[in-house]
Design a protein around this ligand. Structure first.
Ligand SMILES: [Fe+2]
Length: 167
């Protein structure tokens, strides 16, 4: 009998992340609308920690691997990341202020909900990963596991590590 060691399944984790991000964004939008700044801050921090390794895996490993199927569409995905990063930055600034006007709260909630489209686009990539080679999958597993272990939050990664930002 062969006893298999636990293997990190990048695509499974990638999809679980999306569910968590989806729920986090919905909760964040509600908290912003209710002007519950403390709650919004906590959710944003959770998302910041989750999305750092997630975006990093996508940009350093997954998107380049999928370029052979997707071509230039990968650039659209990267642009969507640019938008998500600047939205996260703006939200962090807004929340830091501690007080939000009704208008800003509404705008921030709408901006947060607008990010759901990327979550859904990104999750759709899972179907393409089913056509990758075993070697490619192995590499994705190793890379995502290493990136997860490094735990660099989104805004930190964007500031220090992410090379290209087109907007
Ligand atoms: Fe994603």
């Amino acid at each position: 009998m062969v006893i298999r060691m636990y293997e990190f399944d990048a695509i499974k984790v990638f999809r679980e992340d999306h569910r968590e991000v989806r729920d986090g964004l919905l909760e964040l939008a509600d908290a912003l609308e209710l002007k519950n700044v403390e709650k919004a801050g906590k959710i944003l921090e959770k998302l910041n920690n989750l999305l750092g390794p997630h975006f990093r895996f996508e940009e350093e490993a997954l998107y380049p691997t999928l370029r052979r199927f997707l071509g230039e569409y990968v650039d659209t995905l990267l642009k969507e990341h640019d938008g998500a990063i600047s939205a996260a930055r703006e939200l962090a600034e807004l929340i830091k202020r501690g007080q939000i006007s009704d208008e800003d709260a509404k705008k921030a909630a709408n901006k947060t909900r607008a990010l759901l489209v990327h979550v859904s686009n990104c999750d759709g990539l899972a179907i393409l990963t089913e056509r990758l080679d075993e070697e490619e999958i192995k590499e994705l597993n190793e890379k995502f596991q290493r990136i997860k272990e490094e735990r660099v939050p989104l805004l930190d990664w964007a500031e220090r590590i992410r090379k290209k930002e087109s907007s």
